[in-house]
Design a protein around this ligand. Sequence first.
Ligand code: 4AZ
Length: 213
Amino acid sequence: IIGGDKSLRGEWPWQVSLWLRSQSKGNHPLCGASLISPCWVVTAAHCFKRKYRSQGWEHDIALLRLKGTEGNCVAFNPHTGAVCLPEPGSRWEKRPAACVITGWGITDSEYSRTLLQAWVPLLPAWKCKKRYGDRFTSRMLCAGSLSERHRVDSCQGDSGGPLVCQGEGGRWVLTGVISWGHGCGNPSFPGVYTRVSRFLRWIDKVINKPYKT
Ligand code: 4AZ
């Protein structure tokens, strides 16, 4: 996270850190993610498929089912809980919304030891289309600070993590998944986020599908 500050313990109870187990390189952090229920986590598809990005950046969303019996995977408590999903068809960028990105990814030069947070303005789609052309689609959100003086952005290591916006009654809604962008913190190249509201039916289908163990 570029231009953010440290979060407090339990402030973003849905934030997940995905790690890769490696005996040769040692365990290391891979991506962010968000708890949407006790057994399901939303993240970015490119966290799992190395060549994902070269196939275009569309549909950069993945669901992980955690180990455990149904409904009993992660125990919720005041520091651990789920984030809300958006209403179908909601278009946050049309209203002035307060949105926040969080992650342990790169700050100035290295990964952060504490979870960082940053308020990030949602931008009209044309600001990303202008920079990224047709790679930026309606299944994506454009967000970031366009000011040289106050750069706010997500960066490597944050992807898969949440962009949450505060909805009615102060509820936090998982509006975007940190996905891609050209560099980090460059006011000419905003960050690009998977637009979660476009994947609600898919999420519902996957989660409510009976599964074999
Ligand atoms: C990345 O490499 C990445 N500035 C994530 C977000 C952004 C750029 C790169 C957006 O995971």
